[in-house]
Unconditional design. Structure first.
Length: 107
């Protein structure tokens, strides 16, 4: 049997989303000329990442139906700085975020 891929090892439940945090270069912590912008400048910025897995959605208690998720895999998202749980899979860091903690999808 073959080794499962990384995201086969972690499946978010309900309205949860698995996000890979952006690298400093992807997040813009380095200027175009290569100057590194210190963390103190970006302390209060929301977090950013790439969606790698999406749950099935939350159950609506009024209708008894599942509410579809608004985000999808490969979306670049901005989420609340304190609204996630960190997990490591095969030595790589991921965040599990409730969809309600996602503030925006970046285009």
């Amino acid at each position: 049997m073959s080794e499962p891929t990384k995201m086969e090892k972690i499946t978010p439940l309900g309205d949860r989303v698995v996000v890979r945090p952006l690298t400093d270069e992807e997040a813009g912590s380095t200027s175009p000329s290569g100057i590194i912008i210190p963390d103190t400048v970006s302390k209060e910025k929301p977090e950013q990442g790439i969606v790698v897995a999406v749950g099935d959605g939350k159950w609506d208690s009024a209708t008894g139906k599942r509410v579809p998720m608004e985000v999808k895999e490969k979306d670049k998202v901005v989420f609340s700085k304190y609204g996630y749980d960190e997990v490591k899979v095969d030595g790589k860091e991921y965040y599990i975020v409730s969809e309600s903690s996602i503030l925006a999808v970046l285009k």
